[in-house]
Design a protein around this ligand. Structure first.
Ligand SMILES: Nc1ncnc2c1ncn2[C@@H]1O[C@H](COP(=O)(O)OP(=O)(O)OP(=O)(O)O)[C@@H](O)[C@H]1O
Ligand SMILES: [Mg+2]
Length: 910
């Protein structure tokens, strides 16, 4: 039968060719496809003659690129052999099956046995088919490829994006039973021709669909080959004349000695890479990291640099040059990138020619100058010329001068200077704190997506796998199209994975979800790297973490009772108020916990507001003012009025007295609270500095540097965690006090990580202050309970507006426990009486994070708050306990009802 071809057929025999079509390819007309195919075949022939492609043909997506080839098999890192680790990791991930042959011919387990009378319902068979609308014409015009799933007497037809395009139950049984290759039949109103059998493994992993970028994009597909030929080296390696080539041959020595002790040498490109990228046949030269940098690098950083190098060079996933470095906070992602930039800017594997000329680093405004400082710190000011954009230094200056090679700009400035940025040819793009790109619709993301730069790196300290759609956005940003289109990704990965997590999921659904999750991890694991804090713990001083339960003051208790008895709270508990009104009640209670004067100011402010009458706050604040003394003046607040402020004041005094050389970072989420804390500093004569949302971006680094400097006289750094916590290094401080608590544990953890990081010289003391028996304890419990953990809200962009509360939960939130020393301890089912319970060290209990990609790849992750059961293992005792060995706690215990304490890196503690 003559017929026009379905897309898969246009690429040749679908059984011999990989099924994956890079998304861009689908735009091409069939004729173009044929042309591409021919050129592919030619390329394959040449390659085969050179005996170059054979290696990558086996399973290029995983190990072949990483395994040292014959020429490159000598040690790449004389200190530690990271490459082997990668290979092992990668091959372990891909034990499933051969990614090339996504369509298998009649594997044993699904062969339909002849003569079988009744097909068991559970036996599912999968076929690859082509389909078209029914017609009597001899010359069929096939409209597309599809996957036919036959289960007993029912079938489903799915297109290659995973969408159902046909379904049927009770179908003529005989027809379904006898399906075999080449057979045509009418099914679900479509005419189909069976092209082959798909193995259950290929179906379950999703590889039979149009996706699976990692597997197939690793293949030398025409698109990938074209892309690779046209791009990564184009801007720099333009030498084509004989003369130029000869010149460059003469300079073909590695820039640094690869055989020197402790040298860090990158993997040599394999034959496939050379064939694709070394068009001018330059000699292959070792790329060696500058020993000046290697001297400082931690082992995980060396590993990270190798990883980044291989990703951006297209050595890990063929033709794809993106990477996500998702190391936890403080692991030195900046230094790893600086090392990469410096290396690629001076060196390259082909003739030693530099791989990149210009790099664009985009970061949050508060970190732009931190980047400049880090460049300076590691490379000095002579080696590399950095240009940071600010009010006085515009992008034009960078454009006009050939002096600078690295442009550092904030996300906000980038949008403002987009036209100029677009006119510059950048060879490498680094997006710091790049999790903000998870939302593809925001302007910054769109702007960056549209930049033509192919080598892209996202840096983020936030886990990237907690939300599958956000995960897609980040992956698609660094390696566009590798997971196919968003709709097909949803069908093939997200929906089955989410379905498998539902309590009602069948065994079959669970298995499918797990397989798809595993496949997704495997595809993306090649260019996503995350290490947890543990890798640097051994370089850090001890960390003493304390949760301090502060007794509320008398005025606080009275006001708290009044608020809980208000009409607004009662209506909330009866579900009678608008959706968001509980947030107003929660806000008022939180303010009260910080200091009653904040509540007083709010009430007064509202009284003067024109909307007061219509406002639910009226119901909440009614009669409240009468609880305050008649002459109450919020500006003249006292420390005794707030339990936490009393503790804070004593804590500052004891730190100042016992550790006069040490400094304190004092964190709150609220500007008004920071004002109070600032006033406390003034009253006690403590020198302070402050960074909050109102601080000019251009001043931020200066403030941070000032505080970190050993010459600074500042004792306290007042920090608004939401405004500027991300990415800051505040190693000048060794005591950090979290004055209030956020619903999102990530906010608090981010803040805590500012001081316990590389470069910190003193033992670090962290104090989390909570008001006993109040909403603050409830928020803390939520952070550390299963409920908080399962929400996987370890993401700074999530606010409490996202949280839904049941009436039961609200009842719990709106209860004051006046007689308990510590409600959190009461909930732990701990048998101790609060008399110095010395729990086992937390370090024995790995902290797990929830991740939508499934349990199989959960790892210890210090970004997660401790869990209830882990907290039980912390040392804990009531404030009445007699022998407190910690001198700081000893001084504050009068106002404290309970303590939890945990020490990390105890060996050299206190
Ligand atoms: N090998 C090293 N030796 C000494 N200090 C280092 C080393 N690597 C990094 N640092 C320092 O550690 C601090 C943290 O590094 P960096 O800011 O790059 O962390 P990060 O991974 O970007 O963390 P975050 O996610 O919080 O932004 C910096 O002060 C940096 O200079
Ligand atoms: Mg950083």
């Amino acid at each position: 039968m003559r017929r026009s071809a379905a897309p898969s057929q246009l690429q040749g025999n679908p059984f011999k060719k990989p099924k994956f079509i890079p998304p861009a390819r689908s735009n091409a007309s069939p004729n173009e496809e044929v042309t591409k195919l021919n050129s592919d075949i030619k390329l394959f022939k040449v390659a085969a003659n050179k005996n170059t492609f054979l290696q990558s043909q086996n399973d290029p997506r995983i190990c072949s690129f990483n395994l040292p080839t014959e020429e490159s098999s000598r040690g790449i890192n004389h200190e530690d052999n990271n490459r082997e680790k990668y290979c092992l990791e990668a091959s372990a991930k891909t034990t499933t099956s051969d990614p090339h042959h996504t369509v298998h011919l009649a594997p044993k387990e699904i062969t339909v046995s002849k003569g079988q009378e009744e097909e068991p319902d559970s036996l599912v068979k999968y076929f690859s088919v082509v389909w078209c609308k029914p017609s009597k014409k001899k010359h069929k015009k096939w409209e597309g490829d599809a996957v036919l799933i036959v289960k007993g007497k029912s079938f489903t037809l799915k297109d290659l994006e995973g969408k159902d395009i046909g379904r049927g139950i009770g179908y003529k049984f005989k027809e379904l039973e006898k399906i075999e290759e080449g057979q045509t039949m009418m099914i679900g109103g479509k005419e189909i021709e069976v092209m082959g059998i798909i193995s259950p493994d290929d179906f379950n992993s999703g590889r039979c669909f149009q996706l699976g970028g990692g597997s197939s994009s690793a293949l030398p597909s025409s698109q990938a080959v074209k892309k690779c030929f046209s791009n990564p080296f184009k801007s720099v390696c333009k030498l084509s004349s004989k003369e130029n080539r000869q010149n460059s041959f003469q300079n073909c020595k590695p820039r640094h000695d690869p055989y020197a002790p402790n040298s860090l040498t990158m993997l040599r490109p394999d034959n496939n890479h050379q064939w694709m990228f070394n068009k001018n046949c330059f000699p292959v030269v070792d790329v060696v990291i500058d020993p000046h940098l290697v001297f400082h690098l931690r082992p995980h950083q060396k590993e990270g640099i190798i990883f980044l190098y291989e990703c951006v060079m297209g050595m890990r996933v063929n033709g794809r040059c993106g990477a996500i470095l998702a190391d936890e906070m403080g692991l030195g992602k900046t230094l790893q990138c600086i090392s990469l930039i410096w290396t690629l800017q001076c060196q390259g594997p082909y003739g030693g020619k530099p791989v990149i000329k210009k790099t664009l680093v985009v970061s949050p405004g508060s970190l732009v100058n931190n980047w400049r400082k880090e460049f300076q710190k590691w490379l000095g000011s002579e080696r590399i010329k950095i240009f940071t954009v600010d009010q006085d230094h515009k992008v034009e200056e960078f454009t006009k001068s050939s002096f600078y090679s690295v442009l550092i700009i904030s996300y906000e400035m980038l949008l403002r200077s987009l036209d100029q940025i677009k006119s510059i040819k950048f060879d490498l793009l680094i997006c710091d704190e790049g999790h903000r790109l998870k939302n593809r619709t925001i302007k910054t993301a769109t702007a960056l997506i549209n930049l033509s730069c192919e080598k892209r790196i996202i840096l983020t300290g936030t886990p990237v796998q907690n939300d599958l759609q956000e995960f897609f956005a980040l992956i698609d940003f660094v390696n566009p199209g590798i997971l196919g289109s968003l709709p097909s990704y949803r069908k093939i990965y997200e929906e089955p994975i989410i379905k498998s997590r539902q309590p009602s999921a069948s065994e079959e659904e669970k298995e499918l979800g797990e397989r798809r999750a595993a496949e997704l991890t495997c595809l993306t694991g090649l260019f996503v790297l995350r290490r947890t804090q543990e890798v640097i713990n051994k370089y850090l001083p001890p960390k003493i973490e304390n949760v301090v339960f502060c007794r509320p003051g008398a005025l606080q208790i009275e006001l708290y009772r009044k608020l809980l008895n208000s009409q607004a709270v009662r209506f909330c508990l009866q579900g009678l108020l608008e959706n968001s009104s509980h947030l107003i009640c929660i806000g008022a209670l939180k303010k009260l916990c910080n200091h009653p004067c904040l509540l007083f100011s709010s009430v007064k402010e509202k009284e003067c507001s024109s909307t007061w009458d219509e406002n639910e706050e009226r119901n909440l604040y009614e009669g409240l003012i009468n609880v305050f003394p008649a002459d109450y003046n919020p500006l003249m607040f006292t420390e005794e009025e707030s339990g936490k402020l009393q503790v804070l004041s004593k804590l500052l005094a004891v730190i100042h007295e016992l550790c006069p050389d040490e400094k304190v970072v004092l964190v709150s989420n609220y500007t008004q609270t920071l004002n109070i804390l600032q006033e406390v500093c003034k009253r006690h004569g403590y020198a302070y500095t402050r960074l909050d949302g109102q601080t000019q971006i251009s001043q931020r680094q200066q403030i941070v540097d000032g505080f970190n400097s050993k010459y600074s006289s500042d004792f306290i750094f007042l920090l608004s965690s939401k405004a500027g916590g991300v990415g800051l290094n505040l190693i000048g401080g060794s005591h950090l006090i979290l004055y209030d608590i956020d619903w999102n544990p990530a906010t608090d953890i981010q803040a805590m990580s500012r001081v316990w990081r590389d470069g910190q010289k003193h033992p670090v003391h962290i104090y989390r202050l909570l008001t006993t028996g109040t909403i603050e304890e409830k928020i803390y419990q939520r952070q550390i309970s299963k409920q908080g953990l399962s929400g996987a809200v370890v993401d700074l962009t999530k606010t409490c507006d996202h949280i839904q509360f049941s009436v039961e939960e609200l009842k719990n939130l709106f209860t004051l426990h006046e007689s308990s020393h510590c409600v959190t301890h009461d909930l732990l089912d701990c048998e101790c009486t609060g008399e110095n319970h010395t729990g086992d060290s937390l370090e024995k209990f790995p902290v797990f994070r929830n991740c939508q990609l499934g349990t199989h790849q959960q790892k210890s992750d210090s970004l997660k708050p401790v869990s209830m059961s882990q907290l039980k293992q912390w040392k804990h005792f009531s404030g009445d306990h007699l022998n407190l060995t910690d001198p700081f706690l000893e001084r504050i215990r009068e106002n404290v009802s309970f303590f939890f304490q945990n020490i990390t890196n105890q060996t050299t503690a206190i």
